[in-house]
Write a protein that binds this ligand. Structure first.
Ligand code: NAD
Length: 487
């Protein structure tokens, strides 16, 4: 098998197998080929992963943040040196084209290790609070054992975006990747050991929706960070609430992207395509509701159609391929059923909507698809499709488009294309979203906070904001005089 790891899990610095766990296949989405066969974690594996993390965390928390940061920065260097190998693995794991993974996956994971490794020396400082004689100080303390649970679309990035801030704050992490993409996180665990991370601090275990709750409910786990769908988020948050655990929820979206009539149309089309077709549309923050001003709609659609039909679909390992398959057959069926609903509910199919020619029958390919004349009440305008399906809606008034853009249970992201600087900032102010882009879309460098509002979740990843979600404050009050009491 092309990508078989030495064993399914990585615990306490080494690969470990428990064949008693349910066997599952890792399938290359482009061909249907089985590239690895793994086992889900048994209760014994879960116990071992959490016990080793708990034990290792005690000494790790005593190290200076600078020393912890040095190890993460070394991990970043190793990831960059191994970018080609890691990108190929990411492509096998997800089916995303190598053209994307080589610039967006291990590199963004390395950025997280470098950023958090670099800020560690200053970002964990506390405060001195003068109280007129008495005084107080605050300390940032780690949470303990943190669990990370990943989605399938960015397996290496998610493993690093959760691992880097968790580790730098002095925690240990047990990470469970998506059962669809189990391979990348194992390599991240290996690299962290190579970089000098003490064993046990970053353990990876495999499993699915039956495994996740065992991690979330474990009494020695103090925090859970999930990247996944809204229904999974509700279940995980509910389970965590039973133990009052800390949670970060990075969930789904149906984000609006608004194109005004003064926009640079080429740039707006580029933004809309990035917002719908990158990673074959499997991006949580995608701007899948593209509101286009009526005055430029026809021009926008004509040029969009031509550019969409020129997208090179094919074997993801081929450097020329711009779009690969979606993750699995079930996801493709789901996307095709949304396309059928779009047609049935009266949306106008501009391009795509079918399975492309000249791709392997066992691959999960689907054409990049654009619908126009989409209205707010249509299923394709309300529900997250998680595939390459762009919905174009018309508008002609600013107030109207703001109200319609906000009429969604989700609030992950949003964007605007306009040359009017005041209007751009009015939109940024009014659209309900965790991240908003002006004249671009979906750029998420590690320096900026990322996360959702409304049903898209809470908590933030990346930037200094993530430190707040992997540590808590201890306040120490210092009395300088005698303790007075009224008794
Ligand atoms: P999913 O919700 O099906 O699964 C996510 C993870 O949760 C998987 O590892 C799964 O095994 C695990 N899981 C499922 N049920 C669980 C439970 N009850 N307890 C604990 N763990 C459980 O999501 P997916 O289909 O893998 O990913 C697609 C979804 O993720 C989309 O909705 C997408 O928008 C969202 N997503 C969000 C972000 C973000 O940062 N906001 C990023 C990527 C993906």
């Amino acid at each position: 098998m092309r990508a078989q790891p030495p064993a399914s899990h990585f615990i306490d610095g080494e690969y470990i197998e428990d064949p008693a766990g349910a066997a599952f296949d890792c399938v290359y989405p482009a061909t249907g080929e089985v590239i690895a066969r793994l086992h889900a974690a048994t209760p014994a594996i879960i116990e071992r992963a959490i016990a080793s993390a708990k034990a290792a965390q005690v000494e790790w928390a005593k190290m200076s943040p600078t020393a912890r940061g040095r190890i993460l920065k070394r991990a970043a260097d190793i990831m960059r040196a191994k970018n080609r190998e890691l990108s190929e693995l990411e492509t096998l794991d997800t089916g995303k084209p190598i053209q994307e993974t080589i610039v967006a996956d291990p590199t963004s994971g390395a950025d997280a290790f470098e950023f958090f490794g670099g800020v560690a020396a200053a970002a964990l400082n506390g405060e001195h609070i003068p109280l007129g004689g008495d005084w107080a100080y605050t300390k940032r303390i780690p949470l303990g054992v943190c669990v990370g649970i990943g989605a399938w679309n960015y397996p290496q990035q998610i493993a690093c975006w959760k691992g880097a801030p968790a580790l730098i704050c002095g925690n240990a992490m047990v990470f469970k990747p998506s059962e669809n993409t189990p391979l990348g996180a194992l390599k991240i665990a290996e690299i962290l050991i190579e970089a000098g991370l003490p064993k046990g601090l970053y353990n990876v275990i495999q499993g699915d929706r039956a495994t996740g709750p065992q991690l979330v409910n474990h009494p020695d786990v103090n925090k859970v960070s999930l990247t996944g769908s809204v229904p999974t988020g509700r279940k995980v948050a509910e389970a965590a609430a039973g133990h009052l655990k800390h949670v970060t929820m990075e969930l789904g979206g149906k984000s609006p992207l608004i194109v005004f009539d003064d926009a640079d149309i080429d740039s707006a089309i580029s933004g809309s395509m990035l917002a719908n077709f990158y990673s074959t549309g499997q991006v949580c923050s995608n701007g899948t509701r593209v509101f286009v001003h009526k005055a430029v709609k026809d021009e926008f659609l004509a040029r969009l159609k031509a550019r969409t039909e020129a997208i090179v679909i094919g074997e993801p390992m081929d450097e020329a391929t711009q779009m690969g398959p979606v993750i699995n057959r079930a996801q493709r069926e789901k996307i095709l059923s949304y396309i059928d609903k779009g047609k049935a509910e009266g949306a106008r199919l501009i391009t795509g909507g079918a399975i492309p020619n000249d791709v392997p029958a066992e691959g999960n390919y689907i054409q990049p698809t654009v619908f126009a004349d989409v209205t707010d009440d249509m299923t394709i305008a309300r529900e997250e499709i998680f595939g390459p399906v762009m919905c174009v809606l018309d508008f002609d008034g600013e107030e109207d488009v703001v109200a319609r853009a906000n009429a969604s249970e989700f609030g992950l992201a949003g964007g605007v294309f306009t040359k009017d600087i005041a209007r751009a900032h009015r939109m940024a102010d009014q659209i309900e979203a965790g991240t908003f882009w002006i004249n671009t879309y979906n750029l998420c460098p590690v320096e900026i906070p990322f996360g959702g509002v409304k049903q898209s979740g809470f908590g933030r990843e990346n930037s200094l904001a993530a430190i707040n979600h992997y540590s808590e404050l201890k306040t120490v009050y210092v009395a300088m005089g005698k303790c007075e009491a009224p008794y």
